[in-house]
Design a protein around this ligand. Structure first.
Ligand SMILES: C[S@@+](CC[C@H](N)C(=O)[O-])C[C@H]1O[C@@H](n2cnc3c(N)ncnc32)[C@H](O)[C@@H]1O
Length: 408
């Protein structure tokens, strides 16, 4: 009989090696009896427990969580499982993003004429995948704190230029998508007292920070709600993010990061009530010029544009707002260029825009640009020095944002 159980356990464990079973024993997840010769023996109760542990393991739960569940030591199994489902959801989102980015690279490779053959072509393909992953990792993980600071400085510096004509009447419902750490949310809420804002982002960490900032700014948290959502999952079938619930949709610096901005705009149109209005703000790095002019500085900027393109985004998207919005079925599309012009008479913009926003953003791609072989370190650093040079008393810097409004 015991031999049969031993066979069952070998069958159940499949690729579970003796070493793994020993490890599970060490953790108290499984116990085994010993034969007189010291061999492990499993009785019916132990086989059932192993069967259950393997089933739970396939859900991705950790071994200590499984042990606590099987021993009925977990005080709140439902909460444990809910937390696990949330982790799986986040994992799926990240994998989806990775999928989109790699699919974007492949599409861009198909568009690009790769004339070289053999090893050269393989090297190009590999290099593009490496660039993409470097940008992806940097954006998703390490880059965010710096990026958040930059967005915050940018939002503060450019409030009048970008938002002077934005304000939503009391009682209207506004959906902000890709709210990040709330840099624009605060301005929107301050300029729209009584409007009800729902702000979504895919990043749970950014939402936590956005909530903190809105509270710290003393805003009425009763009229600003934050939710985690992916624009490509909108509208939801039911609930606060279902179709046709909003008078206004607001997006700022979101489309430039998306692999399919047209699809995102179509999904956002579905979120609006009939006659509702969308506002979109995006930059366009091709609109950058400065004095003294510098080829190395332009090369460093081009690295950012190339890397963002390979990562599935478009740093030149400002100029595409009109075709994107009309293509997504919106009417009354109106785009207005908002030029930032900076010289020594605007020391706030010299610091807030040239140094802390634009140059900081270009400096942020130093590592992937060099790693990808787009530029050498010396030329990149020369370019950055020349961008800083434009902050001197005779320097001038110009950049154009594009703000569009449109109706359903
Ligand atoms: C450059 S930040 C802009 C944040 C904010 N709108 C601002 O202007 O400060 C882009 C934001 O879009 C979010 N995002 C990226 N892809 C998204 C998606 N598929 N759905 C929703 N948000 C997304 C990112 O997490 C990030 O917070």
């Amino acid at each position: 009989m015991l031999a049969i159980f031993y066979i069952v356990i070998t069958f159940l464990s499949g690729h579970t090696s003796a070493r793994v079973l020993r490890h599970w024993e060490d953790l108290g997840l499984l116990t085994a009896d010993r034969s007189p010769h010291g061999h492990r023996r499993y009785g019916p109760g132990q086989v059932t427990r192993l069967y259950r542990a393997l089933a739970l393991r396939r859900t991705g739960l950790g071994l200590s969580q499984i042990a606590a569940l099987l021993d009925e030591q977990d005080p709140d199994p439902v909460t444990t499982l809910r937390a696990h489902v949330a982790e799986l959801q986040e994992d799926l989102r990240r994998r989806g993003e990775l999928y989109d980015r790699l699919a974007g690279v492949l599409a861009s490779l198909e568009d690009t004429c790769l004339t070289d053959s053999g090893e050269d072509q393989q090297a190009q393909v590999l290099m593009k995948v490496i660039e993409t992953m470097t940008m992806f990792e940097q954006y998703v993980h390490g880059y965010q704190t710096e990026e958040n600071r930059r967005l915050h400085d940018q939002a503060g510096t450019l409030v009048e230029l970008l938002h002077g004509d934005t304000g939503y009447p009391p009682g209207t419902t506004v959906l902000e998508v890709g709210c990040g750490v709330g840099a624009q949310t605060i301005t929107l809420a301050q300029r729209s007292p009584g409007a009800v804002l729902t702000c979504v982002d895919v990043s749970a960490d950014s939402l936590t920070e956005a909530r903190r900032r809105v509270t710290a700014a003393g805003l009425d948290t009763g009229t600003v709600a934050f939710m985690q959502a992916d624009v490509f999952d909108l509208p939801h079938d039911e609930g606060p993010l279902s179709a046709g619930r909003f008078d206004h949709v607001f997006v700022c610096f979101l489309l430039e990061h998306l692999p399919r901005p047209g699809e995102a705009l179509t999904r956002l149109r579905a979120m609006l009530k009939p006659g509702g209005m969308i506002t979109v703000i995006e930059g366009d790095h091709g609109s950058t010029y400065f004095h003294p002019d510098s080829e190395p500085a332009r090369d460093a900027i081009a690295c950012q544009v190339t890397l963002q393109h390979h990562a599935g985004g478009d740093a030149l998207i400002g100029r595409r707002l009109y075709p994107l919005l009309t293509g997504a079925g919106y009417g009354e599309v109106s785009v207005s260029p908002r030029q930032v012009y900076v010289d020594a008479t605007r020391p706030d913009l010299v610091d807030g825009f040239i140094r802390k926003t634009f140059t900081a953003m270009i400096e942020g791609v130093r590592q992937p640009a060099i790693a990808a072989g787009l530029i050498d370190a010396e030329r990149f650093d020369h370019g950055i020095r020349d961008l800083h040079r434009t902050t001197e008393p005779d320097g001038v810097f110009c950049y154009t944002f594009f703000k569009a409004t449109a109706t359903t």
